[in-house]
Design a protein around this ligand. Structure first.
Ligand code: GTP
Ligand code: MG
Length: 201
């Protein structure tokens, strides 16, 4: 018997794995987004929203919401045979923000999800990644019932830098989320390339 690699089968490709964060304010759809694309059963750390939390947990617009993320969401998606993304969803509520530093360690890039009914909730996420120099993209989660605005108006309201991509999406839709993920990987690669250039020249 001869041991060795079979002639027919190509050697397995060792995929590149990248870490992407999914951030944004309370109830914008982060857990939904990770669940929509993950090919493994997503790990969730959800707790029930309670009557006691009502004064601080503002569910206006997402009244059907029963749970909230307290630590993180985790999911995985193979974008290409040689490219796997690990998705880390952050908790949205301010009292759990200490988790963000932990989660952003080693991240290639981030998505800041936004809901046009409460855009101001996205400022903290945008500030956070701007300050740390982590490339990010803004995904506007188009909830039914929320008014639609032109992308340029949303950019202006968020005071986004012109080089930060803004994409309209549906966090429940696998294809829509995949598009966003491809967008954030491309943006992060371009960001790093231009950053390297400015450092070396
Ligand atoms: N109509 C509609 N509902 C959505 C959409 N995305 C999420 N939802 C609903 O909105 C609610 C909030 O979604 P979550 O995914 O829990 O939000 P989250 O950002 O993880 O929330 P926290 O972890 O509490 O900050 C849930 O009831 C979802 O079913 C969307 O695109 N359209
Ligand atoms: Mg969540």
């Amino acid at each position: 018997m001869i041991f060795g690699r079979s002639e027919r089968g190509k050697p397995p490709v060792e995929p590149v794995t990248l870490k992407i964060l999914v951030a944004g304010g309370f109830g914008v759809g982060k857990t939904t987004l990770v669940g929509a694309v993950s090919e493994i059963r997503p790990l969730r750390t959800e707790e029930l929203l309670t009557e006691a939390g009502r004064p601080v947990d503002d569910t206006s617009g997402v009244e059907a919401k029963r749970t909230t993320t307290v630590a993180m969401d985790f999911g995985r998606i193979t974008l290409r045979e040689d490219l796997v993304l690990y998705l880390f969803g952050t908790p949205g509520q301010e009292r759990f923000w200490f988790m963000w530093d932990e989660l952003s360690e080693g991240a290639l890039g981030a998505i800041v999800l936004a809901d046009t009914r409460r855009l101001e909730d996205s400022f903290a996420g945008i500030d956070y990644f701007e300050r740390r120099g982590i490339p990010f993209l803004v995904g506007v989660n188009c909830f039914e019932g929320a008014d639609r605005y032109p992308a340029d108006d949303i950019r202006q309201a968020l005071d986004l830098d012109p080089d930060v991509p803004l994409v309209l999406c549906d966090a429940r839709d696998r294809e829509s989320v995949k598009e966003i993920l491809i967008g954030v990987v491309q943006h992060a690669m371009a960001f790093q390339a231009s950053h390297r250039q400015t450092v070396t020249t």
